[in-house]
Design a protein around this ligand. Structure first.
Ligand code: QV4
Ligand code: CA
Length: 482
């Protein structure tokens, strides 16, 4: 369950938060496939409660009404067509699976697929689930429970969301049927929402009943779904990430927290020389990593001072470090713009999602940020693909916030987060020649729109990153783009 089964030569997934299925299919064909992206985490595809009382917040999708595949993102037929078109473009689909709970208690009670529910009776006819399928008597997770009481974290309600009992055979069957239907339609794996709130033993039973990935969608025979479990573990809680790594991969929230701190100047970049398990991060093979996610970019979930698109310069620095460094399976966030933390995605007055528009410079409009279309980000995806499974070598730092390293003989990157210029003759580990920096520009034909780096026969080159340059890093690699 720890292999994403990307198409050969691909390494990175992007969370297209709240995108419509038709738009994702088009994005696979026009952008993600050609640019070498490995996969997409999609928003939950199953029916959710429509919450007009909060003006259709983004978080209504975390309130399941049924496992019917109808949401604001599209219907089942659109979902199937997206998976087919993306797999054909070499881009895998990973589903955000909400299997810990159903909705909270609300006055409104109609779902995106037209199903209703009786919350007082714990009755969800669209599945169907009834009172016996939930943990009972009902209780609410209190902040103090995280420190003391694993059974309350697992059996009580997370923010009042009705807590399914995965210990029962019937509940497991409904969940497994839902997930297997998605696998048969060609998805490559799952994010397990709120995994901390489910018993590892129950999850193991569920995972082991999942089908192999669909060979008609290009997966090798016998391939198991990729599973990454959402467990926020910053230390000091009664439930630990280590209970989940024997099952499948786990989201490593310390990763984005520490890199956000460092790239905001709260920690010197030179300390990143031993980035990885020595920082108390999970083993690399167990770890799904990101700078920000849909929760912590707006102050939900684990806090901390997390970099987002709103602090573009240090954010791009942290993303570039994530993609240049071999640790973990990287995930990019692709956001819609927001001012308040509840606001839903761009929508019309009927609540229909508005598609992103694509500008002539490849960026997005209509309220969508599309970080995955920022040059400094998508060209680092190509860097990571070229670097492959090489290790870090020839680490250099200035004893402060200027660092540089090579990835085998495939790529070289330098960062300058000091307030003075970086001008150094550094080992790039690359064959002699002229390279085009993929951060400040790109290659068009034989010319380079950004900085050019000339590598000598000894592999060394003069590397310059000014303190006031638009970006704080410079990256070159082998292959046609650089
Ligand atoms: C309200 C009251 C409660 C009351 C309840 C009664 O606040 O005190 O008990 O009504 O019904 C929303 C509202 C919340 C509301 C709740 C129940 O914000 O105010 O409770 O609905 O209807 C997202 C949002 C939540 C949102 C939820 C469901 O973050 O705010 O709750 O969706 O719409 C921990 C977990 C971790 C979790 C993280 C946020 O360990 O697993 O908190 N992260 C995941 C997702 C996240 C999602 C959920 C879990 C739930 O990434 O996006 O929560 O599926 O760290
Ligand atoms: Ca639970």
């Amino acid at each position: 369950y720890k292999n994403p089964h990307y198409a050969p030569g691909r390494t990175t997934m992007v969370h297209l938060f709240e995108w419509k299925w038709d738009d994702i299919a088009a994005e696979c064909e026009r952008w993600l496939g050609p640019r070498g992206f490995g996969g997409i985490q999609i928003s939950p595809p199953n029916e959710n409660l429509i919450i007009w009382s909060h003006n259709r917040p983004w978080w209504e999708r975390y309130q399941p009404m049924s496992y019917q595949l109808t949401t604001r993102s599209g219907n089942e037929q659109q979902f199937a067509s997206m998976v087919r078109r993306c797999n054909d473009a070499g881009v895998r689909i990973y589903v955000d699976a909400i299997i810990n709970h159903m909705t909270g208690t609300w006055n409104e009670n109609v779902g995106t697929g037209g199903n209703t529910a009786n919350f007082g009776q714990f009755n969800y006819p669209g599945v169907p689930f009834g009172r016996n399928d939930f943990n009972w008597p009902e209780c609410y997770i209190e902040p103090s429970d995280y420190g003391c009481c694993p059974e309350r974290v697992r059996n009580c309600q997370l923010s009042g969301l009705k807590d399914l009992n995965q210990g029962t055979e019937y509940v497991r069957q409904m969940i497994v049927t839902f997930m297997n239907r998605l696998i048969d339609m060609g998805v490559a794996g799952f994010r397990i929402d709120a995994a901390k709130h489910m018993w590892p033993g129950d999850l193991r039973i569920i995972y082991d009943r999942l089908h192999n990935l669909n060979t008609a969608h290009g997966f090798p025979s016998g391939a198991r779904p990729y599973i990454y479990q959402e467990v926020i573990d910053l230390g000091g809680e009664a439930v630990s990430r280590d209970e989940y790594t024997p099952l499948a991969a786990v989201t490593e929230f310390k990763f984005g927290m520490e890199l956000s701190r460092a790239f905001q100047g709260g920690n010197q970049l030179r300390w990143l020389a031993n980035w990885g398990p020595q920082w108390n991060l999970l083993a690399s093979a167990d770890s799904l990593v990101f700078i920000d996610n849909h929760d912590n970019q707006r102050g939900h979930g684990a806090g901390g001072n997390i970099l987002t698109y709103k602090q573009a310069r240090p954010y791009k620095g942290a993303i570039a470090f994530m993609l240049a460094h071999p640790y973990g399976e990287p995930q990019l966030m692709s956001s819609f713009g927001f001012q308040n933390t509840e606001a839903g995605p761009p929508m019309d007055s009927s609540g229909n999602l508005i598609s992103p528009s694509i500008n002539s410079d490849n960026t997005c409009g209509n309220g969508w940020i599309c970080e995955h279309r920022w040059r400094q980000i998508y060209q680092m995806v190509a860097f990571r693909n070229v670097a492959g499974n090489t290790n870090i070598n020839d680490w250099w730092d200035n004893g402060s916030n200027q660092i540089a390293f090579c990835r085998g003989g495939q790529g070289f990157i330098a960062f300058n987060n000091d307030s003075w210029d970086l001008n150094q003759n550094l080992q790039t580990c690359l064959p002699a020649g002229r390279y085009c920096d993929v951060i400040s520009g790109s290659k068009s034909g034989n010319s380079c729109t950004g900085k050019t780096v000339t590598v000598g026969n000894d592999g060394r080159a003069l590397i310059s990153v000014g303190a006031n340059d638009y970006d704080m890093m410079l990256a070159i690699h082998r292959g046609p783009e650089s």
